[in-house]
Design a binder for this molecule. Structure first.
Ligand SMILES: [Zn+2]
Length: 107
């Protein structure tokens, strides 16, 4: 499974690691993913799936986070357990979400 990379625009972005995300009261199912590309780009993606209603509705968004945050997430994933997605998708200084990009699959 390869996705389009926001840096090199090739379908070479891959999910390297996945962890369960800590769920909020409104969340159905959520995972946090470490993504990387052969061009050197690294980022974080969040996959959310809603099981309510007919069919499945999902959101898959990537975030352009600083490399050190990606490395921090990697360390946390090695330990196992759930990860708070907000810790890795919100800039602690500005309290804004990091720039996001769509995780578009190669068809
Ligand atoms: Zn790339």
């Amino acid at each position: 499974m390869s996705f389009i990379c926001p840096r090199c625009k090739q379908y070479t972005l891959e999910i390297k690691k996945i962890a369960k995300a800590v769920l909020g009261p409104m969340d159905d199912e959520k995972s946090i993913q470490l993504v990387g590309c052969s061009c050197g780009f690294k980022g974080v993606a969040v996959y959310e799936e809603s099981r309510r209603g007919a069919g499945s509705v999902f959101n898959h968004d990537g975030y352009m986070v600083p490399d050190e945050l990606v490395d921090k997430l990697k360390e946390k994933m090695v330990g196992g357990g759930e990860v708070a997605a907000d810790d890795f998708t919100i800039n602690k200084i500005t309290q804004q979400k990091f720039d996001h990009f769509s995780m578009d699959l190669a068809s």
